[in-house]
Design a protein around this ligand. Structure first.
Ligand code: SME
Length: 167
């Protein structure tokens, strides 16, 4: 049986990003040790990333049928329930199977606004062990230009848990 960690909330806002993501990845792997339930893993990753950096919205949209994303575990205010492939940032990432960083959401054609406070975002593809797209991971910030290649690399390392271990 997997155990809960006592140090449940890490706040890494004072730490350089590259190092912060290393700490967070180690922590996530420790918390998820022995866990092979994808819902538990998505909920845990959402919570850890969200609270480590104080983001606005952090969570997963799952591939539930060909061409359709449906919201999964997340932290933050109410998110859209479903997003077709090709729509908004999440749908673009699902269609193209590559991460997208949006420094200013007002300049992304077709951006889906679930929260008017959202100013920038990063979305990454999440692959299962079979190499199929399993979900996308969406992180929104209330600051412009909040994300860079450190976030892309750091989040991709955390999300590799799903291709290493799940589905
Ligand atoms: N930002 C997303 C929509 C989802 S929410 O903001 C939670 C997009 O354009 O894909």
């Amino acid at each position: 049986m997997a155990s809960a960690m006592s140090e449940a909330v890490l706040d890494l806002r004072g730490v350089a990003k590259a190092r912060a993501y290393e700490v967070l990845n180690d922590h996530a792997r420790a918390v998820l040790s022995g866990m092979n339930d994808p819902v538990a893993a998505m909920a845990t990753v959402s919570s850890l990333v969200h609270h480590a950096f104080g983001f606005l919205w952090t969570g997963f949209y799952r591939v539930v049928e060909p061409g359709l994303l449906r919201v999964g575990p997340y932290q933050g205010a109410l998110g859209c329930l479903e997003i077709p492939f090709g729509k908004g940032v999440c749908g673009t990432v699902a269609r193209e199977r590559r991460a997208v960083v949006v420094p200013d959401v007002s300049k992304f054609p077709g951006h889906i606004s679930c929260d008017s406070r959202s100013r920038s975002e990063i979305v990454l593809p999440v692959f299962g062990r079979d190499g199929n797209l399993f979900a996308v991971f969406d992180v929104d910030s209330d600051q412009l230009n909040a994300f860079d290649e450190n976030d892309e690399r750091g989040l991709a390392a955390i999300l590799a848990f799903f291709s290493d271990r799940l589905t």
